[in-house]
Design a protein around this ligand. Sequence first.
Ligand code: NAD
Length: 496
Amino acid sequence: MTQALVQDVVAEVMRRLGNKTPGSPASNSGGVRAGEDAAANDAKIASRGPTVSVPIGQHGIFGSVDQCVAAATEAQKKLSRLSLADRDGIVKLIKSIAKQNAQLWGKIELDETKIGRLDHKIEKLQILELVPGVEFLKTTADSGSNGVCLEEYAPFGVIGIITPVTHSVPTLSANAVSMIAGGNAIVANPHPSGTNCAAIAVAEYNKQINAKYGVDHLITCIVPPTLETADQIFNHRGIQLLVVTGGPAVARAALKASKRAIVAGPGNPPVVVDETACLQNAARSIVAGASFDNNLLCIGEKQVFCVESVFDKLMTEMEKAGGFILNARQIEALTGRAFVIDPKDNKPHVNKDFVGKDASVLAAAAGTSVPPTTQLLVGETNKDHPFVQEEQMMPFVPFVRVKNVDEAIDLAIQSEHGYRHTALIHSRNLDTITRFGRRAATTLFVVNGGSPSGLGLGGQGFLSYSIATPTGEGITTPLTFTRYRRIMMTGSLRMI
Ligand code: NAD
């Protein structure tokens, strides 16, 4: 952060504090900053990084991890005293707030992060109702000659979450639904570039939950989030569980943490297309999946391996489905802009300036232009191309021509890099589908559909924005965030 920017932020905070009246948003609240000089504290917070457009110290927004943990701990105790029906009500309230605010929050998130597409940012919030809630907590009972045994799913307590910039408000909101359904409270460290939108959502959720159920700070958010605050969350004694959604660096850091971590890590989903596939369906599915939010989804189709006997026909179908085909020269020009060579390892790395940008921006970088309605660019590359090997999160999908389906499966598995995240296939051959599915060993395996169908959009099943891959919990649900507990009452209580 430059000195000028720090001064701007501090000036803005001081301006707001200057306008404050007793009881106004910027005034001390809830005792969380008792004993502190609020003005000095806010200035100190602002000097650490970008601040947010909601008041710090209210409705879950705090300037230190300790404050977040203290407030969330208190909130979790209150939640545990509410009935399950109330917990269900809170979860439904979060879903309805997200839906009501989808247009506004989608725009705020896009304006702040500058990645993805407005229509899909809105949709990702509207579909939160597909995230399961309290109904997943089913008590099981076993009664017999020796008594009654009840098995229940109890809260962990306070969960520390790290969320990605690709879906800042959706991940935070879906985590909140599942974790509160499981009886927990939350301390969130959002991505620094998606903090304001996350803080706006957190403040609104808490405000309305407090008004209706008398519990504030169920979801807390540290402002500003930094690597240092993430580390404090990893090591805080008041946090019982970590849930980390992000790329390789944060996944590795969480796997080394001293407490249990559920890790929703990176992916690089390959698609296999064989000679038995319905090519029209394959093309439509790839366009819909890979263009969703400009290919920001970790489950989105990132590279295609197609057998040579149907390769050209598939490209024709891609064009009919709305894909725009780049030639070799254009792909080379785009690659030169979309990747940068890091002198440290002399390898191409994704240029963040192009992540989640519109197809028209990529087309311009490729030296061409596309109709404004174009959602996805495609083109033929070799198997070692950076667009194949890197998780690029852009609306350009490379297509690799292969001799046969065995080669397609081998190359697809290699390009997934063992993340065990998502793989897709278009085929009508059950043996091929089974062989690929078993070998890929991915958490999500989508057959003859687009990637969003793997998360309940146009497919069966429920939704979550945290798919725990290296740690194996899979598509997270309220049960993921609970502790199994058994109550055994000895003696014959059986009624039959
Ligand atoms: P990112 O890894 O840059 O950041 C994710 C979060 O981790 C951010 O909050 C960031 O501030 C934090 N972070 C990064 N490095 C850290 C470190 N060393 N210690 C502590 N915190 C750290 O990822 P992103 O660009 O925000 O999101 C895209 C990535 O997330 C992609 O790799 C995508 O596949 C993955 N993702 C996975 C899932 C899933 O469910 N498996 C869902 C969404 C995104």
